[in-house]
Design a protein around this ligand. Structure first.
Ligand SMILES: Cc1cc2nc3c(=O)[nH]c(=O)nc-3n(C[C@H](O)[C@H](O)[C@H](O)COP(=O)(O)OP(=O)(O)OC[C@H]3O[C@@H](n4cnc5c(N)ncnc54)[C@H](O)[C@@H]3O)c2cc1C
Length: 427
């Protein structure tokens, strides 16, 4: 249990007892915190990362007071927002001014700053992660100075600082390039995993956004596809994910040592799942409520490696880890040019494995990680992995350039904890 000044992440796996918590009400107050609060100074978003990016023995800063829609332009479809704004608060504000985010991930609890912090992404082979939407960023550097970078004037600096890990500066404000508000038709159906893997490329590229979940010990995938439409709204059916997870856990508990019976029962339940097909405004389509707590590892792979890596992960899981019951999530992400982006110059297939938060995830993750790494995977910055600067620097062609920019922005290492030092190779 965290104390009054204590901090824990969403899954409860990571915690910290900083000397101080700060919640500045203005950029000037934030500058003062960066200059003089006990270091290291780490900025927290909503604590939805699974890696120890936020913990500090010095100061943990929240930007919850630096939130909201500051301005918007109906001609350019740009909107400027405070970095402490959560996506859940931002989406209705954008809808209210006729704008929409081009894409979203699974949940809307993250802050804008935190989403940029770890290259948070959704799915869609032609759609980039959140940082690719940024037109302009304002940040406070390690000496408390204000910096402003825009795509038009400082493209290189934006690409260097776009994925920040809270180590290049504290973002206070961001201008996003948006779309006119739109509606989406979303469909869901179940198919055998062999068919999904055999038709992976066609199925993942036939829709604006597509993803699938593989349910362990079922032989089946649940495929989800969304496309922009003008059709009338039909409303989203109530979510059934939490109920499904509870059933999978119960079957795991009862039939862990009887995989054939477990498979037969899960298959039966999946076949009975109704096909979903609805039309809704964009902000009601992408995200879900995730109430069952888990820990997660996600690796970003060259897209062509996706199907074979998933096949190996499935075999590993079903041969050696009968405790696993959480679905695996498979998505695609477009390549970009951001130096520390896991999608840097690489069309990507992302594979995520999840483990019940009350159970030890480490053995399973270690075994899966060796498969992900053998195929050139780059870890999600905010999800569990065991890499440090030596391995990471080989995965990012512009690593050295990025570290030089970081040194320039934070010469006194105000943002560097022991974890960040190991991750980024800061001496
Ligand atoms: C249930 C759940 C579902 C998720 N779904 C997805 C998904 O669909 N896609 C995906 O890619 N990820 C997903 N994630 C991971 C999550 O999106 C990322 O870990 C994200 O960084 C969390 O945002 P946050 O606001 O909680 O930031 P935190 O976790 O609090 O912080 C993350 C990093 O960002 C830095 N940071 C925060 N604010 C700022 C700022 N203002 N300036 C500079 N740096 C800052 C922090 O210092 C830290 O390094 C999910 C996580 C959970 C728990």
């Amino acid at each position: 249990m965290a104390s009054a000044s204590g901090w824990t992440n969403w899954s409860g796996y990571i915690s910290a007892e900083p000397a101080q918590r700060a919640s500045p009400g203005s950029v000037e107050e934030l500058q003062a915190v960066v200059r003089s609060a006990p270091g290291p100074v780490r900025v927290a978003g909503s604590g939805h990362s699974f890696t120890p990016l936020v913990p500090s023995a010095g100061t943990i800063v929240s930007l919850q007071k630096l939130e909201g829609l500051k301005s918007h332009d109906p001609k350019t479809l740009q909107a400027t927002v405070g970095a402490g704004t959560t996506l859940g608060k931002l989406t209705p504000m954008l809808q209210g001014v006729g704008q929409a985010l081009a894409n979203m991930g699974d949940i809307d609890k993250q802050t804008i700053g935190g989403s940029l912090g770890t290259a948070t992404h959704g799915t869609g082979s032609r759609l980039g992660a959140y940082h690719t939407l940024v037109e302009r960023v304002e940040l406070v550097d390690g000496r408390g100075g204000q910096r402003s970078y825009s795509k038009a004037v400082h493209g290189d600096m934006l690409e260097a600082t776009g994925v920040t890990l809270g180590a290049f500066g504290i973002i206070t404000e961001v201008t996003l390039n948006n779309l006119p508000a739109y509606r989406m038709r979303k469909r869901r159906w179940v198919l055998p995993i062999e068919d999904m893997l055999a038709n992976f490329h066609d199925m993942m590229t036939a829709h604006r956004s597509a993803e699938f979940y593989f349910i362990p010990f079922s032989g089946h995938a649940m495929f989800l596809a969304s496309d922009i439409t003008d059709e009338p709204i039909t409303h989203r059916p109530p979510e059934d994910d939490e109920e499904g997870l509870a059933t999978l856990k119960m079957l795991r508990n009862m039939l862990k040592w009887f995989p054939w019976a477990r498979r037969a029962l899960i298959c039966n339940a999946m076949r009975k799942l109704p096909r979903e097909d609805y039309v809704e405004d964009w902000l009601k389509v992408y995200t879900s409520d995730r109430r069952t707590r888990f820990n997660e590892m996600e690796y970003h792979l060259p897209i062509e490696e996706g199907p074979k890596v998933l096949a190996e992960i499935i075999q590993l899981t079903e041969d050696l880890f009968p405790d696993v019951y959480f679905p695996m999530e498979v998505r695609t992400v477009a390549a970009d040019n951001f130096w520390l982006s896991p999608f840097y110059k690489r069309p990507t297939c992302s594979i995520a494995i999840h483990h019940d938060a009350s159970e030890d995830p480490l053995h399973y993750q270690k075994a899966a990680e060796s498969i992900f790494r053998r195929h050139g995977g780059r870890p999600h910055w905010g999800k569990m992995h065991n890499l440090s600067a030596v391995e990471l620097s080989k995965l990012y062609p512009r690593w050295k350039d990025a570290m030089e920019v970081r040194r320039d922005l934070d010469p006194d290492n105000r943002f560097v904890t022991p974890y960040i030092a190991k991750l980024l190779g800061v001496e």
